[in-house]
Design a protein around this ligand. Structure first.
Ligand code: COA
Length: 373
């Protein structure tokens, strides 16, 4: 079996930023509007008034300070509260494919590769913008890649689950060089009108090149020592948007057609699962958590990452042991741990170990143990 490496990563960051202060101002304006509209029902005790959001709560509860989005104006419009995307004709690049091609091209440059070297494209993300043709086929076409492409969705763990598929494809010989892209337009699945979660997500796209170590051209190579995937069914993170909706005659804008979660339960249940998952994966590879130089963890909540790190190595999150990017990007679903890896690996030395780990809906947990070549 050949050694397999991650030989390049790429990142597309939307230029528009929403700070917590801007977000809260817009939410509070929306709440005031709703309360004015429902004034008589509120007075009659038929419904509760919406309560204002707060910057202090958001930063304390999550560690998030801002998020990048593709369309700021639509999100911040208190009469709209969601991004506005112009529909594109079928002969134009679709939005997910456009940002994926941007990040993918950057990852290929980092790996010293061109599209024609790629013979497998995995579009791995928490949402796909259409049913078919697969986004991956359009991205494959846009970048001039050969071979095959397919989409996969394991919510926030899509990227790590895709790394395992790519590693296995290269090991097994069904592909020589696989490009993974994670276009996460989470602003479209977030319910910006829900105070409990309106601060959580941001948009981004990451990309990863996976190939045989012997063939790799990049000097920045990360040998994949092992991958491990785990799922355990839970309804505590859920989104009921789907192709059956129109046949169910349900409202496409109803609350259950966007991201919903029981945040406290997720926090309590996922932290021990993720810590034990990483610990067992490392142990089976003959390593201890202390031997790992860096953890690139899923970026959903600062408190969750603090607790995972405490359980693993009894250390606080910092840029050396477990870099944080969610203060700038918020939760970017499957892309979060990949952004952390992309932005925080250049200082590591040959031989040093790192763990990329995602956790999210499913529940799903994926870990990738890497060593700098
Ligand atoms: N502004 C001000 N106050 C708010 C608020 C907001 N935007 N949202 C909630 N609150 C209030 C609540 O009303 C509640 O008040 P109460 O105690 O008077 O009832 C209080 O803050 C605590 O709310 P709670 O929902 O219990 O907050 P929390 O401390 O659990 O933090 C999360 C919320 C979502 C940040 C946290 O649970 C979390 O990160 N969970 C895991 C999320 C995750 O990883 N999800 C995966 C997504 S892929």
């Amino acid at each position: 079996m050949p050694n397999v490496v991650i030989s390049g990563t790429g990142l597309y960051t939307p230029p528009q930023v929403i700070t917590n202060a801007e977000l809260v101002e817009s939410y509070n304006a929306y709440a005031d509007l709703q309360n004015a509209r429902n004034a008589s029902r509120i007075a009659a005790g038929e419904c509760q008034p919406l309560v204002h959001s707060s910057v202090e709560f958001i930063e304390k509860a999550s560690g998030i300070k801002q998020r990048h989005v593709i369309d700021k104006a639509g999100v911040l419009d208190p009469q709209r509260m969601k991004p506005r995307f112009a529909p594109r004709p079928d002969d134009q690049p679709s939005l997910m494919a456009e940002i994926a091609a941007d990040a993918g091209a950057k990852a290929l440059v980092a790996a010293g590769r061109s599209g024609s070297d790629v013979d497998g494209v995995l579009c791995a993300a928490a949402n796909m913008q259409r049913a078919y043709p697969a986004m991956a086929c359009e991205i494959q076409h846009a970048l001039g890649c050969g071979g095959y492409g397919f989409d996969m969705n394991v919510a926030c763990s899509s990227a790590t689950f895709a790394i395992e598929q790519a590693v296995n494809a290269v090991r097994g010989g069904s592909a020589r060089c696989v490009l993974i892209v994670n276009p996460e337009i989470t602003s479209a699945h977030l319910e910006w009108r829900d105070r409990d979660c309106h601060f959580i997500f941001g948009d981004v796209c990451t990309a990863i090149v996976v190939e045989a170590e012997d063939n790799a051209r990049s000097s920045d190579r990360w040998r994949v020592l092992g991958t491990r995937l785990q799922t355990q069914y839970s309804n505590h993170i859920r989104n009921n948007a789907g192709f059956l909706n129109r046949c169910e005659d349900t409202d496409p804008d109803a609350r259950d057609k966007t991201f919903m979660q029981e945040g406290r339960k997720v926090f309590k249940e996922v932290v021990p699962l993720a810590a034990a998952h990483i610990q067992h994966h490392l142990a089976d590879l003959g390593h201890t958590p202390q031997q790992v130089r860096r953890y690139w963890l899923h970026q959903a909540n600062l408190g969750m990452n603090q607790l995972v790190m405490k359980k693993l190595v009894d250390r606080a999150v910092d840029d050396d042991i477990a870099p944080l990017i969610l203060d700038e990007y918020a939760n970017t679903a499957s892309a979060g741990s990949i952004i952390a890896f992309h932005a925080h690996h250049a200082d590591m030395q040959p031989g040093e170990l790192g763990v990329i780990c995602s956790f999210g809906a499913g529940y799903s947990i994926g870990s990738v143990v890497v060593q700098r070549v």
